[in-house]
Design a protein around this ligand. Structure first.
Ligand code: BF8
Ligand code: SF4
Length: 630
């Protein structure tokens, strides 16, 4: 049944075979060398927070060490470890956002960074009480950027974007006292509270984790999305292609990997520069072929239709093709193994951020104040490397799929406007979506997000769950590496509506959308929070009343842990396809999969079998519908 899975598995198998021939070590060799994972770490009951330890708690109740040397219980140790994952994840998304806000603060009419979506900027300015009349748009931008930068460390108040949530949700946050105050502050507080001898209560730690995570979803991530849209344009639907087959033997292949769009936007501009094109011809290439990977790939495909080479798991594979002149990275989800693996080929591995230097890589720092110049220097390195490519070492798999990407909230609303009244003025609201859900034409909506993890067959869980959702008239929105899995599998293609149930297929046909909508990178999960909130507001409900769910089938990163926590704190059930390191504490498990529902109206489900997980999502969706009487 899984035609597409077996297709690209073949190419991956071929590449892994090539790795053996070329004497290259891959993640699979290292996974095998790792043998079974440490049982204590897996359960979350290893603590190395202070130097009296490390301490590990016996996984058997009543037998062996039941507390660390300081007296911390398994519950406290597990909750502390989880809280620190949330803090790191929140820090990553938010520090990314901080850089984007800085870029907006330096944007100018004659500089490299400009304001592309003036309307979004002006809307935000009025939302934040910034004067706009008789002012230069750049002056407005700088003031708005400064306000955003203050969201990270302001001493008073709570985060501004929280105001965008439905009233009922805000009340939940107030009752629980989990409105984040300032982004950096929540991260610092968690680090403080998890220091030895501070918080010794699991529930309190999970409570703090939710507040910190909200500083990600409704803080850092939302700033990341909104500011990127203002600077680089709000995405609109466009065609793209994905999988390793997008690499082109005749061109200079450049992999753009990492997360922040500021670098990749400039690389896109640099690669279009006639001087660079000329140079490419001069070295004997037909042109410059950019191919995205991970969230950077999502950012540039959403805004420029740049092709996607693949997701997280394919970063080594791309190099194994022997056809890549340079892998250009900034921050996050970059394998340090790209150093030894690129050394086996002619490929240059170029780091660009002082936040993510990697021993053995070529570091060419990207300076925002002379962005295009920096980007050109990097692209030039790649082009000049074309002549070093060894023909006999090149093998590019042919597999690739096409799809439509670029579904920002604005694009979705515009598209949905076609449902009810194609002939009269568009409403510009979320009403049509609410209507089709209420009517049961769509049973609900799910966000399928997150990474690849070798604990699951590559992309298998993503795709199986997506297919089951759409077959049951549940529309899918997707971001991150899950979204790339969807494009590769053809599910973001409009033709994929033939895999959808009758209701969803009809909607797709009426409004000309695929059944799986690519919403962007992982910070763009803030777009999903916005849509859910708007539907809830429209129906005068809370998020937790809606037949919606979040699913992270193959997650692996700390960022994913932060996301899962803010999604639950936002009132949306979250299904995890990989078990988090919390099973060593009955209390933490009980809070996450049970008690948290009484607090936020949503909870975690942990289920490693994708088919069982999908069934659980569907029955939870029906449960919610029943409660609503729809
Ligand atoms: O932020 S989905 S592997 S690339 S962490 Fe990383 Fe996971 Fe991919 Fe983007 Ni998100
Ligand atoms: Fe052990 Fe407590 Fe130190 Fe952790 S904080 S390492 S449990 S003594």
């Amino acid at each position: 049944s899984d035609q597409f899975i077996s297709i690209y598995q073949t190419s991956e198998e071929q590449l892994l075979e090539k790795a053996v021939q070329d004497g290259v070590e891959t993640m699979w060799d290292r996974k095998a060398a790792m043998k079974a994972p440490c049982g204590f770490g897996e359960k979350g009951i290893c603590c190395r927070i202070c130097a009296m330890g490390p301490c590990r708690i016996s996984p058997v109740a009543g037998k062996g060490a039941q507390r660390g040397i300081c007296g911390a219980t398994a519950d406290v140790i597990v909750a502390r470890n989880l809280a620190r994952m949330v803090a790191a994840g929140t820090a990553s998304h938010s520090d990314h956002a901080r850089d984007i806000a800085h870029v907006m603060h330096m944007a100018s009419r004659d500089g490299n960074f400009k304001i592309r979506d003036e309307k979004k900027l002006l809307d935000l300015a009025s939302e934040w009480g910034v004067k706009t009349e008789d002012r230069d748009i750049y002056e407005v931008a700088h003031e708005v950027a400064e306000i955003a930068l203050n969201e990270f460390g302001k001493p008073f108040g709570t985060l501004r974007f929280l105001e965008r949530a439905p009233e009922k949700r805000k009340k939940v946050w107030d009752d629980l006292q989990i409105r984040p105050r300032a982004i950096d502050r929540e991260i610092a507080t968690i680090l403080h509270s998890t220091h030895i001898g501070c918080t010794g209560d699991a529930e309190s730690l999970l409570h703090m984790s939710m507040r910190t995570a909200l500083a990600d979803g409704w803080g850092g991530s939302m700033i990341g999305t909104v500011f990127s849209d203002i600077l680089y344009g709000t995405p609109v639907p466009r065609e793209t292609e994905s999988n390793l087959g997008v690499l082109d033997e005749k061109q200079v292949n450049i992999i753009l990997h990492g997360h922040e769009p500021s670098l990749s936007e400039m690389i896109v501009m640099a690669s279009l520069d006639p001087e660079m094109q000329k140079l490419a011809k001069k070295v004997g290439a037909e042109g410059i072929n950019l191919a995205g990977m991970c969230c950077t790939g999502n950012e540039v495909t959403m805004r420029h239709g740049v092709k996607i080479a693949g997701n997280f798991y394919q970063q080594e594979m791309a190099v194994l093709t022997g056809a890549v002149e340079a892998v250009i990275v900034d921050v996050q989800c970059i394998f340090p193994s790209l150093v030894p693996i690129t050394e086996c080929y002619h490929t240059k591995f170029i780091t660009t951020s002082p936040k993510a230097k990697i021993t053995g890589a070529t570091h060419i720092e990207f300076h925002e104040d002379r962005a295009l110049e920096s980007a050109k220097a990097i692209v030039r390195e790649a082009i000049e490397n074309f002549k070093n490519r060894k023909k006999e070492k090149v093998f590019i798999p042919t597999e690739k799929s096409s799809g439509v990407v670029g579904y920002s909230v604005e694009a979705i609303i515009k598209q949905l406007d076609k449902v009810v009244n194609p002939h009269i003025d568009p409403m510009g609201t979320i009403k049509p979506l609410a209507d089709v859900i209420k009517a049961g034409v769509l049973r609900g909506a799910v966000g399928i997000v997150g990474c690849n993890n070798p604990k699951s067959k590559h992309d298998y869980s993503h795709i199986e769950i997506m297919k089951k959702m759409i077959a049951n008239d549940v529309i899918v929105v997707t971001t991150g590496c899950a979204a790339q899995a969807a494009v590769k599998a053809g599910l973001t293609n409009k033709d994929a509506r033939k895999l959808a149930g009758q209701g969803l297929a009809t909607v797709c046909e009426l409004v000309d959308i695929p059944p799986v909508l690519h919403l962007g990178s992982c910070v763009d999960i803030s777009r999903i929070m916005t849509i859910v909130g708007e539907v809830a507001k429209h129906m005068d409900l809370d998020n937790s009343d809606l037949p919606v769910a979040g699913i992270a089938p193959e997650w692996m990163s700390e960022k994913a842990v932060a996301i899962a926590n803010y999604v639950v704190a936002t009132g949306i059930d979250t299904f995890l396809g990989i078990t988090p390191p919390v099973t060593g504490s009955e209390e933490v498990m009980d809070i996450m999969t049970n008690r948290v529902e009484a607090m936020t109206g949503a909870k975690f489900f942990i289920e490693e079998d994708p088919h069982v997980l999908a069934d659980k999502v569907l029955s939870r969706i029906e449960e919610k519908r029943q409660k609503l009487g729809i």
